[in-house]
Write a protein that binds this ligand. Sequence first.
Ligand code: ZN
Length: 80
Amino acid sequence: MKRKVWPPFLGIVGVLFLGFTWTMGVPLETFFFAVPAVALITLLNLRTVRFCNSCGATLRSQNAFSKPAYCSKCGAKLEQ
Ligand SMILES: [Zn+2]
């Protein structure tokens, strides 16, 4: 269940953050800088967070560029 909710959730958080930044009345240049920054953070979150099929644990990789291969709670192999 979490696996299906996670990507849209991250997207919504990103959009809300941008909306919040917008309502703060930041300069347009700052806003245009914030858009790719939020997109990048969202993508990194999508890449590094995995959910265990066996126990449902939420696993965050220590390395932003590699996915965890095994569940740190129950040791089950994770789908890549
Ligand atoms: Zn597990």
